[in-house]
Write a protein that binds this ligand. Structure first.
Ligand SMILES: Cc1ncc(COP(=O)(O)O)c(C=O)c1O
Length: 369
């Protein structure tokens, strides 16, 4: 699918109306290729989570590079991602309620649908609504968010196997508690492997050998081949990376593709500049595991600290900067958490070396249901 061209070529990112979300296409392409090569090398299936880019245009690109399907959280995101014509679609967030069943049934008419869930109630609802879905039973591997305990898997799978219309296909987990690949993170990986080893053995013995073991995250992306028994990975953030990804040791600054261009709108308070983007532009997400309060890294003003936000105002402390600032100056800011920033913007400008090449709508933003 061609990206829609909303503006002409030869516009520099610093000449865009602001705040503007921009993506360096060379970096994004390299991130996509690196992941495709990694999955090829380690014979891991790739089912990227589209929560990061929320764009069927980019989902298409991921599949052209070998992704076997897509992952989404909500039915509304699944509906948008159908535009990319995926052969496989995984809805990874528990789907509850009759309105959503009807929507999933329609999604399942148009692609091969898998739903990850952790309760018999959720599976019974799918079955009763005659949604022809494959089922991944979600296991809690340490995040303590959703997922059953390892010893609860076999009885749940046995009950699911008795239901019509749905079909048990595997297990899933999200190792979101591993945020950093340092000594502590690797210790967590060892615990995860022990848990997976025991669980898969128990499932084999009970006659519930999973077809698919689905896991993976961006912080652990290049350690995925070391995760015991995992057959597919679902990273999302890797396409752009962000400040949290750098902080977690999974990428370098030069691997971060997405930034926000903002304009200095006031210098009236000495030692401070105000930019035209606050929490409506950057979200309020802080840097993970960081005691300081910063909402992004200002890339083109050494020493500037983005420390406070109102909805529309970003407060930047420039007391440690050598350069002078003027109303109208443009700042380029790397966000802490790119997925939530993407959700706040209507469009993204793709550029190479600063020259805007294409602009695409964030078609999957705001899909809460
Ligand atoms: C269930 C699930 N799978 C995959 C992902 C992708 O994770 P990441 O952005 O770390 O790659 C997420 C992210 O929140 C998730 O919730």
């Amino acid at each position: 699918m061609a990206a829609s061209k909303l503006i002409s070529n030869n516009v520099n990112i610093f000449d865009l109306d602001t705040p503007a979300l921009v993506v360096d296409l060379d970096i994004m392409d390299a991130n996509l290729q690196r992941m495709a090569d990694y999955c090829d090398e380690h014979k891991l299936a790739l089912r990227p989570h589209t929560k990061t880019h929320k764009s069927p245009v980019l989902a298409r690109k991921q599949m052209e590079l070998g992704a076997m399907g897509l992952t989404v959280a909500k039915p509304g995101e699944a509906e948008v991602m159908l535009q990319a014509s995926p052969q496989e679609m995984l809805v990874a967030f528990p789907t509850i309620g009759p309105a959503k069943m009807a929507r999933l049934k329609e999604v399942a008419r148009r692609t091969s649908l898998t739903v990850a869930l952790d309760s018999l109630e959720a599976t019974e609802a799918l079955s009763a609504a005659q949604v022809p879905a494959k089922i991944f039973v979600e296991m809690d591997t340490g995040l303590h968010r959703v997922g059953v305990k390892p010893d609860e898997l076999a009885p749940l799978i046995a009950a699911i196997k008795k239901l019509p219309h749905v079909r048990y296909d595997g297990i899933s987990f999200y190792p979101g508690h591993i945020k950093h690949i340092g000594e502590e993170g690797m210790g967590e990986m060892t615990k995860l492997n022990v848990m997976l080893n025991q669980t898969l053995e128990a499932l084999d013995k009970a006659g519930h050998t999973p077809n698919v073991v689905s896991g993976g995250s961006t912080p652990t992306m290049y350690q995925s081949h070391m995760i015991f028994g995992m057959t597919e990975m679902r990273p999302g953030t890797y396409i752009f990376n962000d400040r949290n990804t750098i902080h977690g040791g999974a990428c370098l600054l030069e691997d971060c593709a997405a930034t926000v261009i903002a304009t200095v709108v006031s210098t009236s308070v000495p030692g401070q500049v105000i930019i035209d983007g606050g929490s409506k532009t950057f979200s309020s997400d802080r840097l993970l595991n960081d005691p300081g309060v910063t909402f992004g890294k200002v890339l083109n003003a050494e020493g500037a600290v983005f420390h406070k936000m109102n909805e529309e105002h970003g407060f930047i402390d420039v007391t440690q900067c050598e350069r002078k600032f003027h109303v109208g100056d443009k700042l380029q800011i790397l966000m802490n958490h790119v997925c939530v920033v993407m959700n706040l913007h209507e469009q993204v400008h793709g550029h190479r070396k600063g020259e805007v090449e294409t602009t695409w709508p964030v078609a999957g933003r705001g899909k809460l249901t």
